[in-house]
Design a protein around this ligand. Structure first.
Ligand code: GDP
Ligand code: FE
Ligand code: FE
Length: 198
């Protein structure tokens, strides 16, 4: 058992059941990342006067569906009425947008803010709630992250959550373009909304 507990307000599952279910879906490295995001989301919530327990839970479940097989994703997109254009992307994009469906199915989470924050956690969006921003940024700066620029990202995000969102989108877009990766349209729209200098 891990030394970690979660609010039982947002799911009929107990904290121990949520943790066990999450653990069963991923490898240890991903699981530790989810704990890091949960703790960082709680810290950002405290700084931004948001519900700490809700942020911690959302951070914990944000990558719940990250390691679900590609074949299951493709089938779910087709069967559950998702935009067929999603089939042109991969798990990097699916695990938030489609992942939110698995979170509702398996973890019985119904809170619309939590579901939306999971949906938006990879790409961001033009409209972002405080919880969306907290989870988006916590994912990028949790203690396990180590890449050039992460210290600057932490400094910016802890000083100003919106600036943290902008920093992350600029960094991610630059990285994706460097890789000549396909940009999901929402990532680009989010960049225009949050990263462009006023
Ligand atoms: P993780 O799940 O904790 O690894 O982090 P994220 O959910 O934020 O991102 C997963 C991956 O998706 C990262 O490698 C991002 O660079 C990548 N990603 C984010 N936006 C896009 C996009 O528009 N297109 C593509 N192809 N990848 C993206
Ligand atoms: Fe993710
Ligand atoms: Fe993540």
């Amino acid at each position: 058992m891990v030394d970690f507990s979660l609010s039982e307000t947002f799911s009929p599952l107990t904290s121990a059941e949520l943790i066990a279910q999450e653990k069963s879906m991923m490898d240890e490295h991903r699981f530790q990342h989810c704990i890091g995001v949960s703790q960082t989301a709680a810290k950002l919530a405290r700084l931004n006067h948001y519900d700490v327990a809700k942020a911690a839970l959302t951070g914990f479940v944000h990558d719940y569906a990250k390691q679900i097989p590609v074949s299951v994703y493709r089938q779910t997109i087709k069967e559950q009425g998702f935009d067929p254009d999603l089939l042109n992307y991969n798990r990097a994009i699916w695990h938030g947008i489609v992942g939110s469906w698995f979170i509702q199915r398996d973890l019985k989470i119904t809170d619309p803010e939590i579901i939306t924050a999971v949906k938006r956690h990879t790409t961001g969006d033009v409209t972002m709630t405080t919880l969306d921003k907290i989870v988006f940024v916590a994912d990028f700066i949790e203690p396990g992250r180590d890449f050039p620029g992460v210290e600057e990202a932490r400094k910016v995000a802890y000083a100003d959550l919106n600036a943290g969102v902008g920093y992350e989108l600029a960094h991610t877009l630059a990285f994706l373009i460097e890789q000549r990766a396909k940009i999901y349209p929402k990532t680009l729209l989010a960049y225009n909304q949050w990263a462009v200098k006023k």
